[in-house]
Design a protein around this ligand. Structure first.
Ligand SMILES: Cc1cc2nc3c(=O)[nH]c(=O)nc-3n(C[C@H](O)[C@H](O)[C@H](O)COP(=O)(O)OP(=O)(O)OC[C@H]3O[C@@H](n4cnc5c(N)ncnc54)[C@H](O)[C@@H]3O)c2cc1C
Length: 416
């Protein structure tokens, strides 16, 4: 049994802790936030997405990013600023956005997603863990025939990867969602996708960890990580000094600072996104959906409906930009005509910072220069979806086993 210290109690930290504790390890978690938290892992869209086999850094995204830079309501926005880290990140993003790199990443993302989905099913099979896992698929809704035609290629690619995907016309789409009036040319249906309630999932994991005897250091910020002879000795927080056999960094968008203290370069930008949850939506879809042109995600959670979107690369801050929130709200009646922008009048927007690596792939593995360090972060738009498999792989790394999935493309020192 090893003593494991996990920095960061978002979905990646909790999943890593959970799978380590299942193997009998002694787990300590540190998070600078208090126990009741509202970070990126809580207010997200809750989608589990084998359909997301294309990383953010894909051909066409650089041009789209440049075009959308001038539109404050656009779904993807890079705030222009003089920042060397952003320039480096942008350079690596540009280098990664090629057909070859996307083709290499796709089977890995598929394998990670399908393994994670299986882990969610396993987790949900216990009667004490109801986190609203709903296995009804995902619809990518296209307003225009042009967008629907573009999606044809995605369906072909999904089939090549062995994933289920169906191109549906407007009538077939309406038949899948009889309770919602839609203004669409058609959709792509991905039956293997699922959705769940992220905050309930976080509570289930926390509860299980408490039962397994995990220790918590809530409200403590990690200030330094001390090492000697390639071995981490102590994690120094604002209140404690913690020693462990293995350290796992799951600090989300703040991970580069933690890594920099160890001499590791981890290019990562915070991708801010917003969500709004309607307690009494005019209509309630059965499946989760993505509005293709608007890049907005819609997820039923019990009787409520969560709408989320935007990717704002604007630094580590907690400013809410009302123009970007408006961009999300305006999209809803365009696809669901029974909804009005006024339905959102009294709803407080939530925001979260997605940890985005430049090539759209997580950082997962042991950096070469340390004997007892694991990095697990950079999951961008897929952190919830890939939480359980990341946790399982962290546990395998801790036990120095051959991992079930080859992690070469995810090496945390790939930009050293
Ligand atoms: C609008 C929106 C919708 C999304 N929808 C989906 C979706 O449908 N499906 C999906 O898979 N993903 C989705 N995501 C992405 C997903 O939410 C993230 O990928 C995921 O939450 C990242 O988890 P994490 O554990 O890496 O980071 P976080 O949840 O940010 O956790 C990191 C933790 O580390 C702590 N920490 C950092 N530095 C320190 C330090 N020095 N000392 C102590 N503690 C520290 C922080 O306090 C934080 O709690 C969405 C995101 C947004 C914004």
């Amino acid at each position: 049994m090893a003593k494991i210290c996990i920095i960061g109690a978002g979905i990646i930290g909790l999943s890593s802790a959970y799978y380590c504790s299942l193997r009998g390890h002694e787990v300590t978690l540190i998070d600078r936030e208090p126990e009741r938290r509202d970070g990126c892992s809580f207010g997200n869209a809750g989608m589990v997405v084998p359909s997301h086999f294309t990383p953010l850094a894909a051909p066409g995204m650089v041009a789209l990013g440049l075009k959308w830079m001038w539109n404050p309501e656009s779904p993807f926005w890079i705030k222009p600023r003089l920042d060397l880290e952003l320039a480096r990140w942008g350079f690596h993003f540009w280098r990664a956005a090629t057909p070859l790199r996307v083709r290499q990443a796709a089977p890995l993302l598929r394998d990670l997603s399908l393994a994670s989905r299986a882990a969610f099913q396993q987790l949900a099979s216990s009667s004490t863990s109801d986190f609203g896992l709903t296995q009804k698929g995902l619809l990518v809704l296209c307003r225009t025939a042009k967008a629907l035609d573009e999606e044809r290629h995605t369906v072909e690619r999904a089939h090549e990867l062995g994933l289920a995907a169906e191109l549906l016309d407007a009538h077939q789409t309406a038949a899948l969602e009889p309770g919602v009036r839609m203004s669409v040319a058609g959709s792509v249906y991905f039956p293997q996708d699922c959705h769940l309630s992220p905050s309930r999932l976080m509570s289930v994991l926390q509860e299980r960890l408490l039962q397994s005897g995990a220790r918590w250091h809530w409200g403590e910020e990690v200030m330094a990580i001390e090492s000697k002879a390639q071995t981490i000795q102590t994690v120094v927080t604002s209140r404690s000094r913690i020693s462990a056999d293995e350290i796992v960094v799951c600090g989300g968008s703040w991970s580069p600072k933690l890594a920099a203290g160890l001499g590791l370069r981890l290019p990562l930008q915070a991708g801010k996104g917003y969500s709004l949850t309607l307690e009494h939506p005019p209509q309630l879809p059965r499946t989760c959906a993505i509005f293709h042109e608007a890049r907005v995600a819609v997820t039923p959670m019990g009787s409520t409906l969560r709408i989320g979107g935007t990717m704002e690369i604007g630094g580590l801050n907690d400013r809410i930009d009302p123009r970007r929130v408006q961009g999300i709200i305006k999209a809803v009646p365009e696809y669901y005509p029974e909804f009005k922008t006024s339905d959102f009048s009294n709803i407080k927007p939530w925001f979260g910072l997605r940890p985005c690596s430049p090539d759209g792939l997580p950082y997962l593995g042991r950096p070469r220069n340390y004997r007892n360090l694991i990095i697990a972060t950079g999951h961008a738009m897929m952190g919830l979806s890939l939480g359980p498999i990341t946790g399982e792989l962290v546990a395998s790394l801790i036990d120095r086993e051959k991992t079930s999935i080859d992690l070469a493309l995810l090496a945390p020192d790939r930009y050293q």
